[in-house]
Write a protein that binds this ligand. Sequence first.
Ligand code: AHR
Length: 644
Amino acid sequence: MKKAFFLSAVSLFLLGERTIAQDTKNAVITINANEKVGDISPMFYGLMTEEINYSYDGGLYAELIRNRAFKDNATKLDHWSLVQKGNAVGNMALDSIEQKGTALTRNLRLEITSADANNKVGISNDGFWGIPIRKNKIYTASFYAKTDAQFKGPLLVSLESADGKIVYDSAVVSNVAGDWKKYSVTLGTKEGIDTTSDGRFVITAKNKGTVWFSLVSLFPPTYNNRDNGNRKDIMKLLADMKPGFLRFPGGNYLQSKKIETRFDWKQTLGDISQRPTHDNNSWGYHSSDGMGIMEFLGWCEDLKMEPLLAVFDGLLLSHRSAMSLDSLKPYVQDALDEIEFVNGDASTKWGAVRIKLGHPKPYNVKYVEIGNEDFFDRVGKTWDARFTMFYDAIKAKYPNLQVISSNHVTTRTPDYEDIHDYFSFKKALKLAHKFDGYKRNDAKVFEGEWACREGVPTTNMLGALGDAAFLTGMERNADIVKMSCYAPLFVNVNPKGMQWKSDLIGYNNITSYGSPSYYLQKTFSENLGDQSVKSSIENVPMAADTTEQLFYSVTKDSKTGTLFLKVVNVSDTIQLTTININSDKKILSEGKEIVLTSDKVTDTNSITDPTKVVPVSGIAKGLGKHFTYSFKPHSVTVLRIGAK
Ligand code: AHR
């Protein structure tokens, strides 16, 4: 690749949409449209997810009650408050009355010493940074309750403003008495109300005595009306990306710091009352495990994504050391059980469990990853041996499964190797060439986590430019890079919601938005085709510090012949570029241009300005086998070039 020092575009003039070059030092991109470099996998663009930044609890998982099982804090009732209306008197405390037949071990004890119809005692939950109240919605509330011999009577369940002055709706649960029982009600909000993010959920009583509560839950309508389902707005953002796969459940969340707090899939099955919950000490908060293995797989079904299931392989985050090989055997079996659970039929032990839980059809998982980031196995250094144990056991039982390694391995050749790259904008410009000279006779490449970390909490335009440069490198090398997914996917933008900066999609409890990086990836995946084609660039403009300023990739739809030229101009000047296309087809003079840019590279999207930086589409004129195009400063441009 020839490189020329950057020349500002002084000697050019614009002719409508078409730009004619006067300067012979333009960058020149040559496209050999008939020469395929590789097939692009339909799974090239996917999603990666884990419980980080309140991704599920307080995020995608639609549950609105925070600390619903009273397990978030071993000594305090976080997010719960005592409500004493008028002259009522009572108190509440954390308790652990046994609840047979469930995995619930903690409960809230409410003692009502003085109350009547006008002076009620109760409890309220403030949700994940408030309970969101939207107009014209039906909410489903449920809880388990047990009473002492004294308490008999109704409970009033309501949705209220934070100060209790507005009651949006309430419902009476009559005859609450005796041993543990589940109670459910629906609450509806009216058309005329103002949307608010800081409502509260309240249960009050007007009679004296003691009531214990456990697993208090509140759901708004969910995507595809799934029980225990997902938030509609965030699912819509994801659906719009048309992702090819979902890598889950982590990430560090798979591993954790202690063996007891890894993602233990068997503890995430069935009704939520059967899930003990666990401490997400990877990211510092408790996990409700409402997002269990079947919910991940339901999410895949909803968005028609291939599941890419990561299994725990013995590497913990604590000191990054791995378990000994002897103690690993039960975990190898656990991974086999997990695969049997997702794919087995009724004749298998775990397949039968799945069927009993309501999913008769196997999920047909084809991709299984062994562990996460095993390049951190620096103490025990057992990676090769551990991978071999898992790989051999899985391939012996499931020879058709595609097995992914989470680190380079020497003892076996995995089907894919998962590589992670987090980088600054500056580093992105180097990494754009990472795969150009990459080994081509090894495992296929899976970029299982990558991101240009510019912007907080979600990325800004600079981040999107870095992402785009890196992505052009992956697209150009689609013969070896088969799958890619950005991380982290989500962030709750409320104070203390974020553990990892520069995320793809941000939200509070009411609304969500995509970052510039989100729109960039959506645009790239919508304009991909199925082949990468041979291409080259000359006279690459360079900055004074010798970093390249122009990046590109060319892919093609083999059925229609349409070419997708992506050009990333990271400089602050227009880049006039000559495009030469060698093709046995006629190149249409009119195509489509999609441009992502913004006045400042620090520009970003947010809750209050969700679409400040979005792609703009227009007609591209003056295309042909030889044409010039001016690429805006700090921009990502996709040209759809038709052929006949
Ligand atoms: O994406 C955040 C974290 O980065 C992931 O949990 C981990 O795999 C990586 O180190």
